[in-house]
Design a protein around this ligand. Sequence first.
Ligand SMILES: *Cc1c(COP(=O)(O)O)cnc(C)c1O
Length: 382
Amino acid sequence: MSLPEKFPPLFPAVFGRPLLPQREVLIGLIDEILDSNQLSNCGSMHNRLEDELTRLMGKHLCLTSSGTMALMMALRLGNLRKGGEVITSPLSFAASAQAIEWCGFKPVFADVECGFPTLDPAAVEKAITPNTVAILGVHFMGIACDTSALERLASQHKLWLVFDGAQTPDIKQAGQHLAQRGDATILSLHATKLLNTAEGGAVVVRSAEDKERLVRMRNFGLYEGQMVDIGINGKLSEIHSAMGLASLPLLEPEISARHRLRETYQRMLAGIPGVTILKPRPDSSASHLYFALSMPKSARQAVVASAAEKGFALRDSFSLLCGPNTLFENENIVCTGAAALAPEVAPSLLALPMHSKISDASAAQIALIIKNCAVNHLEGNA
Ligand SMILES: *Cc1c(COP(=O)(O)O)cnc(C)c1O
């Protein structure tokens, strides 16, 4: 692995707006923590948050110090052969491929599906070798993976199946929370995500046994004071947990506001030539972390520049995790057609501001910028 000559540009730091709790509520909880004299090691604040999120997302949920920590723990949980290959998506945030490498496995990149920015099960099947130990599917930009097809493949080939659900904390698929799929699903509670503890994450697993192993793992492999396993410090502190607890009452209203914004964007952007709105899978709801669309690269660049002039930070630097100018520059994308789709999809993606403070007037302004740039692009090409 060599260092890329040119690092991809950083996305605007103020793309989103973190969900912030009411000050009095947070300060009340911090006072409780100070009175309790317990700042970490899974105290009452931590356990309350873990219980609340378990109720929302799955039967067995283990809080962690970050989404990346959750990914590493979810991979470790599989007891996989060191050096084995983990098939994943080239379209993701850096953390998914990095966690694979950090845990001593080799990331193998499979292409995305036509129409969805997530792993193509046919490409995954093609990428399976005798060295494959796991599949790490990424629910990307609010769009769920084809979980059923990946579950079928994993069970046929006896592979550990982890889903990175950092960007989809709120999706239901066939009536069930998405976090219930695969062997393990990770969530992120980072400041940029729908619900946040400033830094934090969680692993959702299928069985009480797996949860118990994760609980030991995040606390140095300790069980009743004895070191029974190789663990790590993956605990979420009391202060971070308080941040999550204080924000929880705001989650539903925030989701409703974003739902209205999603509908507004959808209405205003319908029928613009060259603009394709990323739609959820037919069997799943949409996530409220992202509203994304794809349009030709040059039009997309014009949109970002005009929006910036008006003070709107749109996010457009979705780079591939492998190939030229990346840390995984020698990795090809396994695909089923003549050429991989992911390198075409990545530079066309555009994410619009998605939070409750975007007014209808702002949404209309953003939509107008997109429409103008799309039309200019068409005329420029005519
Ligand atoms: C944010 C994110 C992560 C990392 O989560 P952290 O809590 O920041 O460690 C992992 N994967 C994806 C797809 C993400 O968007």
